[in-house]
Design a protein around this ligand. Structure first.
Ligand SMILES: [Mn+2]
Length: 251
């Protein structure tokens, strides 16, 4: 039985991702990317590209989940005019730019409509990979999901796909009891917000069944990796610090 190595909310921070992936052992661990690869950040295209490549290399040992930002990118691709104002506000510009930069032909692309059309055409495999991402990953007692689920009863936590992408304190709030028998690993809300500014460390609810791992990598926080030993139910975390300008490397 393989252990889990969970990473979430990379938001284009490819240098931090590469640094963190050094700690992944593909022979012993299933890598779970819990969504929000794109939007904001250093290079969203390359982030998706590296993860897609890993998925192709290790189809059974790499699990990639959809986050709300993959959903927002896909919505913009499918309805660029309707989302022309909304998507940039969600951090979409670096995503679109990083894809456009890799286009073979870049002339005559002046509107959102033409940009979306060109990206869909040239990167059809990447886009189809994003479209078909699952929303959660379940292994024994553990469930990895981007934002969370509704916890009201034991059976129906799988019902709301919307919650899996978007929910916040209606899930992680300390006043929300977990009536399922699962332990949830989630991203989406930076732990910095849950800790009210005190830390970017991995957050564990007092009931110990909700574990937040989003270190706010793009916001100058950390990219957290959570290792879960399934047999012994022990955890280990690895934190990659946001590169300062001085330490920043360009290769
Ligand atoms: Mn999110």
């Amino acid at each position: 039985l393989k252990d889990l190595f969970v990473i979430s909310d990379i938001h284009g921070q490819i240098s931090m991702l590469k640094e963190l992936l050094v700690h992944w052992d593909p022979k012993k661990e299933i890598l779970v990317i819990a969504g929000d690869m794109v939007d904001r950040g250093e290079d969203p295209y390359e982030t998706v590209n590296v993860i897609h490549h890993l998925k192709k290399l290790y189809p059974r040992n790499v699990i990639v989940l959809k986050g709300n930002h993959e959903e927002l990118f896909l919505r913009w691709l499918d309805s660029p005019v309707k989302n022309a104002n909304l998507y940039p506000r969600a951090g979409g510009v670096p995503t679109v730019d990083s894809f456009l930069k890799r286009l073979k032909k870049t002339k005559d692309i002046s509107s959102d409509e033409l940009m979306a059309k060109a990206i869909k055409k040239e990167f059809s495999r990447t886009i189809s990979f994003l479209r078909n991402l699952p929303l959660y990953f379940e292994r024994g007692k553990y469930v990895v999901v981007h934002a969370g689920v509704h916890l009201s009863d034991k059976e129906n936590w799988k019902d709301s796909q919307d919650d899996m992408l978007w929910i916040r304190d209606d899930f992680y709030g300390e006043n929300v009891p977990n009536n399922t028998d699962k332990i949830f690993i989630f991203g989406h809300t930076p732990t910095h917000d849950i800790y009210e500014g005190l830390s970017t460390d991995i957050w564990v609810s007092s009931c110990q069944t909700k574990i937040g791992i989003d270190g706010g990598a793009f916001y100058g926080g950390t990219l957290n990796g959570l290792k879960i030993d399934l047999k012994n139910r022990t955890y280990k975390s690895i934190q990659i610090k946001h590169p300062t300008l001085k330490e920043f490397k360009v290769d």
